[in-house]
Design a protein. Structure first.
Length: 246
């Protein structure tokens, strides 16, 4: 049977003479694999609607192993994401995180809206904080995000001091616990403030923030190491994203 759903293509690969296998993050079914038949032909009607990182209304026929795309219509094309190399690199990075964190054919409440919202924010701003906010929210949806108001170990309230970050378990460590038995990474007071802010604020607020380069690098490093620890793997598109940044 045919199923209608909103979707965002996060990955594609050529298949046979004129087909493509698409990895699509959908609103109804979560992450799915789908075949787009004949889409690489010059006169293919759906080709322009099946580019990565556009919000598309899809008609999908459900087969045993794959869906088949039978119809596609663009809802939002996020134009600057497709004309700006830095933005496209960020989109591929976020798409790879979705691919790694999400289980196939398992709907994750809030994750589709998260990716669509991040692409909308990226269409309006090239700030790296868009990606950082996406990372934090994705970790939160997956149950990996800590309570930043308390020490990971003793549960005391985190004060306005230089605290520490546990990159394995994920969370802040107070100075007293660090002295006793832990080997956390020192983090600045401003980093803790920024993490708390992007955890709760909308993208419309985040894209207006002015953050020092040193703080941008600090938050990128902390989140990158934590995500890689959770996934137990590197993120291939991360190197490309960093390579094209000015």
């Amino acid at each position: 049977m045919n199923n209608k759903t909103l979707g965002i293509i996060i990955k594609r690969q050529n298949f046979a003479e004129a087909d493509r296998i698409l990895t699509i993050f959908t609103e109804r079914f979560g992450k799915v694999k789908a075949i787009a038949r004949g889409v690489r032909k010059i006169a293919a009607k759906m080709a322009g609607s099946l580019e990565p990182f556009m919000l598309v209304e899809l008609q999908l026929y459900e087969g045993r192993n794959f869906f088949t795309v039978t119809g596609a219509q663009i809802v939002r094309d996020f134009p600057t994401v497709h004309t700006d190399l830095e933005k496209m690199a960020k989109a591929f990075y976020m798409g790879e995180l979705i691919d790694k964190f999400e289980t196939e054919r398992q709907r994750s409440v809030g994750a589709f809206e998260l990716l669509a919202g991040a692409l909308d924010a990226l269409d309006n701003s090239n700030k790296a904080l868009v990606v950082r906010a996406f990372e934090v929210r994705l970790l939160k949806l997956g149950g990996f995000w800590p309570d930043l108001s308390e020490c990971l170990h003793c549960k005391r309230v985190i004060g306005p001091d230089e605290n520490y970050w546990d990159g394995n378990e994920g969370g802040l460590i107070c100075p007293e616990c660090q002295k006793v038995n832990y080997h956390g990474q020192p983090v600045t007071v401003n980093l803790v403030k920024l993490l708390r802010l992007i955890e709760r604020e909308e993208y419309s607020t985040i894209i207006r923030l002015k953050v020092a380069l040193e703080l941008e690098r600090e938050i990128e490093g902390v989140l990158s190491l934590y995500i890689k620890h959770i996934l137990e793997s590197d993120i291939r598109s991360e190197r490309f994203m960093r390579g094209v940044e000015h």
